[in-house]
Design a protein around this ligand. Structure first.
Ligand SMILES: [Zn+2]
Length: 119
């Protein structure tokens, strides 16, 4: 099974990972949060799209990671700064997020630039 060798925050918005097969990929933390597999989020996403589009982005700290904790041999538990910590991402799931949401170097540079110009 493919597994992440490292998971590191690049900055406030981006998480980067290196995998056992050599893949290096960076994604937005908000994409990771959007993919939260817990029952609560999967249900809420459906409702949010119908009833309150955009509501998901309003909780403070929601897309900011507090901790990533290994779970057994198969996954990672994400704790978010809004207190949400019930999402456990299997390595398979993480891998598919890091493949499908992978940021281009250009986008990474743009994000770096935006963040540095705001501080
Ligand atoms: Zn969740």
């Amino acid at each position: 099974m493919l597994r992440p060798l490292s998971l590191k925050r690049r900055n406030a918005a981006v998480l980067c990972s290196t995998w056992s097969d050599g893949l290096e990929s960076c994604i937005l933390l908000s994409d990771l949060r959007d993919a939260c597999p817990c029952a609560h989020c999967s249900g809420e996403q459906i409702m949010g799209q119908i009833v309150f589009p955009g509501m998901k982005t309003l909780a403070p700290g929601m897309n900011d990671i507090a901790a990533l904790t290994p779970v057994g041999n198969y996954g990672i538990q994400a704790s978010w700064k809004d207190g949400h910590d019930t999402g456990i991402y299997s390595f398979d799931m993480l891998r598919s997020i890091f493949e499908s949401k992978r940021l281009s170097q250009q986008t990474l540079d743009d994000i770096d630039h935006q963040l540095s110009s705001h501080t």
